[in-house]
Design a protein around this ligand. Structure first.
Ligand SMILES: Cc1cc2nc3c(=O)[nH]c(=O)nc-3n(C[C@H](O)[C@H](O)[C@H](O)COP(=O)(O)OP(=O)(O)OC[C@H]3O[C@@H](n4cnc5c(N)ncnc54)[C@H](O)[C@@H]3O)c2cc1C
Length: 474
């Protein structure tokens, strides 16, 4: 059979690929998005879940990045209010802190200034005020806190809704569980060789332009394609997080911990769960199978216990944990992952081939615009940078801030309209449940197995699912 031809193929269904896919679709460019696993199942669901300017990048003098990220943050807070919220972040300051309160005040003023004063304005709170809001915080040497505003979000859901929105356009097509195995060229056409990982069937499609949005997988994939003569560009950096129940770590607002090794850890309430992270370590293992190490978990717990000594947090308090790889782009002379810029980079190994990597979740919309503009011009279309500022047109059935147990009809609607292929796609990304403990917390003790067994026959019509899959979920 003659392979299907597309103008553009985007490889990688994380937030970066999703953003480019949507922008191309909104401009009427016939595009196929190919993702090896489920959409948003890698780095883009393992972030610290902040839409933020990155206040700490001010110290690296990354003003342009912070300016751009703050404006994007405020845009997405408006566009996806059901998936993102602005909240106050408390940055406590203790005696002998490397950054005294006056410096924090200056940084926060600059942060609000760079947002064109669209952020809710920063405040400085006294120690007494802080302790009424965060009573479990350590008191020794507490001077007060700076309070600034950033966004918290459901990272997996935003990526999914960006893709659902693109798929409203007739020129947009997408596949999950499809691994691109290699890419070759014949008579100016790119041949994208694929394998469906659920059926094992190999096939190919062709395209004029190919966009690689592979995040941390970029070097490993492109190294295997001889025609690109690829040289590694990434400094992969692993970051781990813990989820802890609100009842064990009762915190109303996010708090920023300054660690003993002068890093920051965010402790962020998301409803009945608290997200704690992150770490920053080198990692060379399998990027598709990355988990927090014991050392990272102990490090996060130790820093938590230093700030909240009364709570005595330990491994038993962890609901679940996860890790991801930051696709940091190497900079000449920069060995410190924490200080490496979060700017993205675009490479063009051939005139019809774009590779985009690095950057931050928050800036995804603008990161890919250079590529979309270039591709639009190749087809004589004018590029409008504001198309992607339109509201997303399909809302997820289950949304984080109004979580409730879906009915059978809702489960079926998710299967029919949100594209899950496996049981985990449904539970983890469409229902936002990361473990059995999280399920128990969210449902107030509804029996996990009974609930899914009751719906098994209906779900089997749409998903790869068995009783064993339900039992295996921990
Ligand atoms: C610990 C941590 C915390 C972070 N916190 C924040 C934060 O709070 N705020 C923020 O703005 N940013 C944050 N970031 C950065 C942000 O998460 C990433 O920059 C962003 O998610 C990267 O998205 P991506 O689309 O480039 O990569 P990914 O989401 O990894 O997408 C790449 C996709 O390519 C697919 N793929 C790989 N190989 C193939 C193949 N052969 N065929 C088809 N598909 C393939 C993968 O399956 C994957 O889905 C954080 C990152 C980390 C790791």
């Amino acid at each position: 059979m003659k392979p299907q031809h597309y103008k553009t193929v985007v490889i990688g269904g994380g937030i970066v690929g999703a953003g480019i896919f949507r922008d191309l679709a909104l401009h009427g460019v016939d595009t196929l998005l190919i993702e090896k696993k489920d959409f948003s199942s890698q780095t883009s669901e393992r972030s610290s879940k902040m839409l933020h300017g990155g206040i700490r990048y001010l110290e690296n003098l990354d003003f342009a990045l912070v300016f751009e990220a703050l404006h994007e943050k405020n845009l997405w807070l408006k566009l996806t209010p059901h998936l993102a919220q602005e909240v106050p972040f408390y940055l406590p300051v203790f005696k002998d802190a490397k950054r005294p309160l006056w410096m924090i005040r200056l940084g926060m003023f600059l942060y609000d200034f760079l947002s064109s004063f669209k952020n809710s304005p920063y405040e400085i709170k006294s120690a007494e005020e802080v302790l009424t809001i965060i009573p479990d915080l350590k008191t020794t040497g507490l001077f007060g806190a700076g309070v600034y505003y950033d966004g918290i979000m459901d990272d997996a859901k935003i990526t999914l809704e960006v893709i659902y929105d693109a798929l409203k356009e007739r020129c947009a097509h997408a596949m999950t569980y499809t691994a691109v195995t290699t890419v070759t060229k014949l008579h100016e056409r790119n041949i994208i060789h694929c394998k469906n990982l659920l059926t094992g069937v190999a096939f190919s499609v062709t395209c004029d332009q190919v966009v690689y949005a592979l995040g941390p997988f970029t070097d490993r994939f492109l190294n295997n394609i001889p025609m690109y003569h690829w040289e590694n560009v990434l400094l992969p950096s692993k970051g781990s997080h813990l989820w802890i129940s609100y009842k064990d770590l009762p915190l109303k607002y996010p708090i920023v911990i300054t660690t003993k090794d002068d890093r920051v850890i965010f402790v962020i309430p998301h409803g009945d769960q608290i997200l704690v992270g992150t770490t920053e370590v080198a990692f060379n293992g399998d990027f598709f199978d990355v988990k927090p190490s014991d050392t990272e978990i102990n490090y996060l717990l130790a820093e938590l216990n230093d700030y909240f000594p009364k709570l005595g947090l330990n491994h038993d308090h962890i609901l679940s944990s996860f890790a991801g790889i930051r696709p940091l782009v190497k900079e000449a002379g920069a060995g410190d992952r924490g200080k490496t810029s979060r700017e993205h980079k675009i490479f063009q190994p051939m005139s019809d081939t774009y590779v985009i990597t690095g950057g931050k979740y928050t800036t995804f919309r603008v990161m890919g615009q250079e590529i979309t503009r270039d591709i639009c011009h190749k087809y004589g279309k004018s590029f409008n940078p504001d198309y992607s500022k339109q509201k997303l047109r399909q809302r997820s059935v289950v949304v984080p801030f109004e979580w409730k147990l879906p009915t059978t009809e809702e489960l079926i609607r998710i299967c029919e309209t949100e594209g899950p292929k496996t049981f985990l796609d449904l539970v983890v990304r469409r229902l936002s449940v990361s473990s059995r403990k999280t399920w128990e917390l969210k449902t107030n003790g509804v029996d996990f197995k009974q609930y899914f067994m009751k719906n098994l026959e209906d779900l089997k019509k749409h998903l790869v699912i068995s009783e064993e899959d339900i039992d295996k979920f921990i």
